[in-house]
Design a protein around this ligand. Structure first.
Ligand code: TXA
Ligand code: MG
Length: 316
């Protein structure tokens, strides 16, 4: 990319067409999904997929999610068993990513699978993402549009701040609705394994397919290689389960703990999920240690706590 800034495209037909054209030219385009903004590239192009890894500084052993327009397109790249078909019908389009055996004739760029025989697939619900996939007419590989290990973006401005000119364009669809990444479920083996808590609470999935196995410890040879302990990290230290700020700290509140800013003054977990990354970006800019109020370990609260624990984890 020649400039220091990406082109910001309005999420209107002309902007979406331009974004699709840039993708077909092998360029990187950030776009809104209902969870977070994705850093998209043509999933069939080795060169374009490698450019994602370079732009994020992402280790090559961390595979990418492939975004497709609908269930039929998913069946073209992966084998869906009975459980996958059922979950796809229930939750797609939506914040659920399924890890599935990849079809040998999928035509996907090898680097995005990072040497695995599986592929992570998702049909996003955001109308701009859906329209982009329709106009582009192909699979789009997209991790969250942040530098590797940093806070995920929930607005176009977060993407511009984090990625600068390493991305050709950003489609601006406003703040994202869910605010946390998708739930990732591995269905490539005999049982269903929860690899990442996310936008769809595990209870809703367990209601459909029964108890989920938990992935092994995130620090020991992770099955989802991106699930390393330190992630979503602001520059400053993060302290959890705080009811008061210590000297020099800023307090991120929830419910009765008011804080300097609050995830949700009324203690609503969906609102807290929606605000989490924007609050962390905001506090990160102030560059002081961050204390965070307790969040109930319930429903989407578990995904919030997962992100907070990783934000607070020791850094390399
Ligand atoms: O909501 C989301 O999932 C967003 C939006 C843009 O779709 N994407 C996202 O991508 O969060 P990323 O790359 O930040 O996280 C994807 C996670 C990584 O931890 C990666 O290791 C895991 O998915 N993953 C991808 N393919 C996998 C596979 N075949 N097996 C196991 N884990 C996989
Ligand atoms: Mg990410």
């Amino acid at each position: 990319m020649n400039s220091d800034f990406p082109e910001v495209l309005a999420a209107q037909p002309a902007g979406i067409c331009k974004a699709a054209r840039l993708l077909s030219e092998g360029q990187l385009v950030a776009f809104p999904t209902e969870t977070v903004y994705g850093l998209g590239a043509d999933a069939r192009s080795d060169r374009a997929v490698r450019a994602i890894y370079a732009a994020k500084g992402r280790p090559a052993n961390n595979p990418l999610i492939v975004h497709v327009a609908d269930l039929d397109r998913a069946r073209e790249i992966a084998f869906l068993g009975a459980a996958a078909e059922q979950l796809a019908r229930m939750f797609w389009p939506g914040a659920l990513t399924l890890v599935l055996p990849v079809r040998p004739d999928a035509g996907l760029a090898a680097p995005l699978m990072a040497g695995l025989e599986t592929v992570a697939v998702r049909v996003p619900a955001h109308p701009v993402a859906a329209e982009l996939l329709k106009v582009f007419c192909g699979p789009v590989a997209a991790p969250s549009a942040n530098p590797s290990g940093r806070i995920s973006p929930t607005t176009a401005a977060h993407v511009v701040d984090g990625m600068g000119g390493r991305v050709a364009a950003v489609l601006d669809g406003g703040p994202t609705e869910v605010g946390l990444e998708s739930t990732i479920l591995d269905l490539s083996g005999p049982g269903a394994v929860l690899l990442r808590e996310g936008g769809i609470p595990r209870e809703r999935i367990e209601d459909a397919v029964g108890p989920l196995a938990a992935a092994t410890s995130p620090t020991a040879a992770p099955k989802a290689p991106g699930q390393l302990a330190s992630h979503y990290a602001p520059k400053a230290a993060v302290r959890l389960n705080a009811t008061k700020a210590s000297a020099g700290e800023l307090l991120l509140g929830f419910g009765p703990v008011a804080g300097d800013v609050s995830l949700s003054p009324i203690g609503d977990l969906d609102e807290a999920a929606r605000n989490l990354f924007a609050c962390l970006h905001h506090l990160d800019d102030l560059d002081k240690p961050i204390a965070v109020a307790p969040i109930p370990e319930d429903g989407i609260g578990r995904a919030i706590n997962d992100r907070l624990r990783r934000a607070a984890a020791p850094r390399d």
